[in-house]
Design a protein around this ligand. Structure first.
Ligand code: MN
Length: 273
């Protein structure tokens, strides 16, 4: 099995070395990660300049550093290494719970894998976990055994508390957004602002945040299709819009010309027409 390991803390983070070492027990490992920390980069990609892919060395593993985002690293990593079966992202130094999934570069690397048809798993540990990771490695091993044995799970977000009691399947804690602005000033007295996070409500039972609060390892199966199926069927019933006209006049599969025209409109600069 070919396992690509990435992260958003940067290729020289001790967390990625620990993850790559455990992953090596399960298959052939290659590390491709950002050359500097890209935490909270989300699922951004580098579209305005070309990127470098340079060999480096961590823990005696094949490794490459990229001056790009976690998603870029998965793109370049899978371009240079065919047949990747699994992308692991982490160990992020800091949890990725609840709404953090929208900002997390760690999870974005796993999501990018799924966009390429490859399984992706994001793993996060407490920011202050012991530096040699010896206490978490047995739990990482257990998590990988479980996730690899469940091939129908294409995307999993894993958070490991400091002293785990065991493992639980969880859902995302989305009850209350936890972002807030903290004002400050620069040395000249001018206004500046931090966008930081603070949990606002108690987490619901069964969620990732609740599980970690109770010292359980949280494994959250995710999907990339954000369609609200309940709302879709309800509103399509209430307001069918032009469904009948579309059914009568639009083929179920667009012509290559129609598809090409839309792809051209997606590009920032016009491509060949
Ligand atoms: Mn990070």
């Amino acid at each position: 099995m070919r396992i690509l390991v990435s992260n958003d803390d940067g290729i020289y983070s001790p967390g990625i070395a620990a993850l790559a070492e455990v992953a090596s027990e399960f298959g052939e490992v290659r590390v491709v990660a950002p050359d500097v920390e890209r935490s909270a980069a989300g699922h951004s990609i580098t579209a305005t300049h070309p990127m470098a892919y340079r060999p480096t060395r961590i823990s005696n593993l094949t490794a490459y550093r990229v001056n790009g985002t976690p998603a870029d690293c998965v793109a370049l990593g899978t371009h240079h290494w065919e047949g990747v079966d699994l992308v692991l992202s982490g160990l992020n130094l800091g949890f990725n719970l609840g709404n953090a999934m929208w900002h997390s570069g760690t999870l974005a690397a796993a999501k990018q894998a799924v966009l390429f048809g490859i399984r992706g798993v994001a793993l996060s540990v407490p920011a202050g976990v012991d530096q040699d990771f010896e206490s978490v490695k047995p739990w990482i091993r257990r998590v990988l055994e479980i996730v690899i044995a469940e091939p129908s799970l294409t995307l999993v977000n894993v958070n490991l508390p400091r002293a785990p009691r065991g493992l639980l399947w969880t859902r995302v804690s989305v009850r209350q957004y936890d972002g807030r602005i903290v004002p400050t000033t620069d040395p000249f007295g001018r206004d500046l602002f931090w966008f930081t996070v603070k949990p606002l409500e108690a987490a619901d039972e069964g969620t990732d945040r609740w599980a970690v609060e109770q010292n359980w390892i949280s494994l959250t199966p995710l999907r990339l299709d954000l369609t609200d199926e309940l709302q879709l069927s309800a509103v399509a019933q209430r307001r069918p819009l032009d469904r009948e006209l579309a059914a009568a006049t639009s083929p179920s599969t667009s012509s290559p010309e129609a598809a090409k025209a839309v792809r051209a409109e997606e590009a920032e600069a016009p491509v060949e027409r």
